[in-house]
Ligand binder design. Structure first.
Ligand SMILES: CC(C)(COP(=O)(O)OP(=O)(O)OC[C@H]1O[C@@H](n2cnc3c(N)ncnc32)[C@H](O)[C@@H]1OP(=O)(O)O)[C@@H](O)C(=O)NCCC(=O)NCCS
Length: 210
């Protein structure tokens, strides 16, 4: 699904404040501590709660194997100044539709409301569209998860449908919103953003009013 660039464990994504990098064995205790919190786990379909011993190590091994095969891309979100600290995790995975990938993520509770999720999601979208064949990125969000919906809307996703979905780690079904971002919409959004920050050569010829 992904090209060779992401399948090497030196691959990482830089944002203004973050590095998104491959998970390592040494991350496991921090992953267990933060992903294991009920407020994080209960919004996801795959993180169990209470967090079982060994799940973090398994996540690291499986994610590294899938990254290496180019099957999916799972990255740990770290602060740029302290790349050994874990703030959260983010992943892009294949879906039954070869033209679509699904994004999922979590941020540890002590780091909420600092804009980290929005920043990491934005960078992962760039990677998803630039380094895979996907023309659409999808996300499912529990209907009670207003914060995550906001994160996706901050990044241009729009509502696509509702479904009641079985969440394996919850051993129950919950109503979710499906959200989606088309590559075309993302390109338009990026072009608009760069037009806003890059002055046109025509503008520079116009004299400033006195
Ligand atoms: C959802 C989650 C990732 C948000 O992380 P975060 O780093 O705090 O997110 P950000 O700071 O980038 O943005 C959160 C946005 O939601 C808003 N928000 C936060 N709590 C909210 C709430 N209860 N209701 C409505 N909006 C809320 C914030 O104001 C912010 O909006 P803004 O950017 O327009 O100001 C984090 O809460 C989390 O990990 N939750 C558990 C796991 C999860 O939900 N994963 C996603 C599964 S789809």
């Amino acid at each position: 699904m992904f090209n060779d660039i992401t399948s090497d464990d030196v691959y990482r994504i830089e944002t203004a404040r973050l590095w998104l990098r491959w998970p390592r064995a040494a991350d496991a205790p921090q992953i267990a501590r933060y992903a294991g919190e009920k407020a994080v786990a209960e919004m996801t379909s795959r993180i169990r709660h209470p967090y079982p011993a060994g799940d973090a190590e398994r996540y690291v091994l499986e994610t590294r194997a899938n990254n290496a095969l180019g099957k999916s891309l799972g990255l740990i979100i770290t602060p740029k100044q302290r790349p050994n600290d874990v703030l959260g995790a983010i992943g892009l995975a294949e879906t039954p539709d070869p033209k679509a990938i699904e994004i999922g993520y979590w941020i540890g509770v002590p780091f909420w409301r600092k804009g980290y999720a929005s920043e990491a999601v934005s960078a992962a979208i760039d990677t998803g569209f630039e380094l895979s064949d996907a023309t659409r990125i999808e996300a499912r969000v529990r209907t009670v998860n207003a914060a995550s919906r906001q994160v996706f809307e901050n990044n241009g996703f729009s509502y696509s449908s509702d479904e009641t979905l079985f969440m394996p780690a919850r051993e129950a079904s919950y109503p979710v919103h499906w959200l989606a971002l088309e590559k075309v919409a993302w390109s338009v959004r990026k072009a608009g953003a760069s037009a806003l920050i890059r002055p046109s050569p025509e503008w520079s010829k116009v004299a400033m009013p006195a």
